[in-house]
Design a binder for this molecule. Structure first.
Ligand code: EPU
Length: 338
């Protein structure tokens, strides 16, 4: 087991924030976690699990032992009458797995193409896009307890998935490391085309029965048009969750701002588009220091070059304050702020 000392983390977080891990260990197998736990010095030290760094804002150097998940491999695990079960290592890039499934004729992940980050990080915030979220395609996962070193398999109900939420953001936050995820791709494949941007693509192209590859290409094109590529402009995708409000609160906001983008939920609440709220407060294209608000999508904060974590946090707070001041709504950050 190699322990890297004073390891730079800038390359390991998609916002490109500078920070150093006092000690970093690459985890390529469950056994590596158990080696860390058995280590005389590292064993009892606090741990921090890092995936692709696509959902984390680093505001400081890391005294914790940083465990960089690099468990690899993608395979068809089972072929059932009602579904294909695909198993992928936590360290695999999510988008590569989506592309792999498509190349092998297993459909059902295409709406979630191009989401940055790793397979192991996907369940943590229950990633989602264009009408689908991970929970809709989830079978089970393996996770190693960071105190006992025991591997546990959790099914969908046990993971307690919610909107950009799971057990790994609540009860198990910081306590376990996801090594493998199993995805359930239902048979027969039924396309998910209800999202407005996809409906527009159908109308524009005249193709009302797109195959999985076409949906994949459309999703990639839609994302490239309004979301910055982290390889070029540092970012963590949506910075805030879309807030839920009561029907009464929603009516009140509509009275004052008739254009507010809102979606009715099954439980009677309404989900508001945080991007619209931030945009309405005039933040698009604005910056504080080297942290800015993306010109094409106000929900995405970007690294204008050389940003540090505290600038991102200052910008996020200023946005929260102005949205609260105008709409009385508290925006909740999506990434983990360390
Ligand atoms: N809008 C504006 N101004 C903006 C941004 C958005 O008016 O600056 C409006 C749009 O016109 C649209 C509405 O707000 O009517 C919603 O925008 P969009 O469809 O782009 O989706 P979103 O709510 O901003 C969510 C997810 C994204 C996901 C897309 C597509 C969250 C927090 N974000 O964004 O997920 O890709 O839907 O499904 O739920 C992520 O989580 O990192 C992420 C990128």
């Amino acid at each position: 087991m190699a322990v890297e000392l004073d390891a730079p983390l800038r390359q390991h977080n998609t916002f490109g924030l500078p920070a150093t891990a006092r000690q970093l260990v690459r985890i390529t197998h469950e056994a590596d976690v158990r080696r860390v736990l058995a280590h005389p010095r590292l064993g009892r030290a606090p741990k921090f699990v890092l995936g692709g760094g696509s959902n984390v804002i680093l505001t400081r150097d890391m005294p914790e032992v940083v465990l960089k998940v690099e468990v690899g491999g993608v395979r068809l695990l089972a072929e059932r009458d009602d579904a294909f079960i695909i198993e992928a290592g936590g360290g695999e890039r999510w988008h590569d797995v989506v592309a792999w499934t498509l190349a092998h004729g297993f459909h059902g992940l295409e709406n979630m193409a191009l989401i940055p980050g790793t397979v192991g990080a996907a369940p943590v915030q229950n990633i989602g896009a264009y009408g689908l979220e991970l929970a809709d395609r989830f079978e089970s996962l393996d996770t190693v307890d960071l105190v006992t070193g025991r591997t546990v398999t959790l099914n969908k109900a046990q993971c307690k998935f919610g909107y950009r939420d799971s057990l790994f953001k609540t009860a198990l936050a910081g306590k376990s490391l996801i090594t493998r995820v199993r995805l359930r791709l239902p048979r027969p494949w039924i396309p998910v085309l209800g999202y407005l941007d996809l409906e527009r693509k159908m109308a524009d192209t005249g193709n009302t029965h797109p195959d999985a590859r076409t949906i994949f290409d459309w999703v990639c094109a839609i994302r490239r048009a309004k979301l910055p590529d982290p390889a070029e402009i540092g970012n963590v995708g949506s910075f805030f969750k879309n807030p839920m409000v009561s029907a009464e609160q929603c009516r009140d906001i509509i009275t004052r701002d008739p254009h507010v983008v809102h979606y009715p939920m099954a439980d009677g609440q309404f989900k508001l588009a945080a991007g619209w709220l931030i945009d309405a407060c005039g933040w698009k294209g604005k910056a504080i220091g080297h942290a800015g608000v993306y010109e094409k999508q106000a929900l995405v904060l970007v690294n204008k070059g050389g940003a540090i974590g505290s600038e991102v946090v200052t910008l996020a707070r200023a946005i929260q304050e102005s949205v609260y001041g105008r709409f009385g709504i508290r925006l909740e950050p999506e990434p983990v702020i360390v």
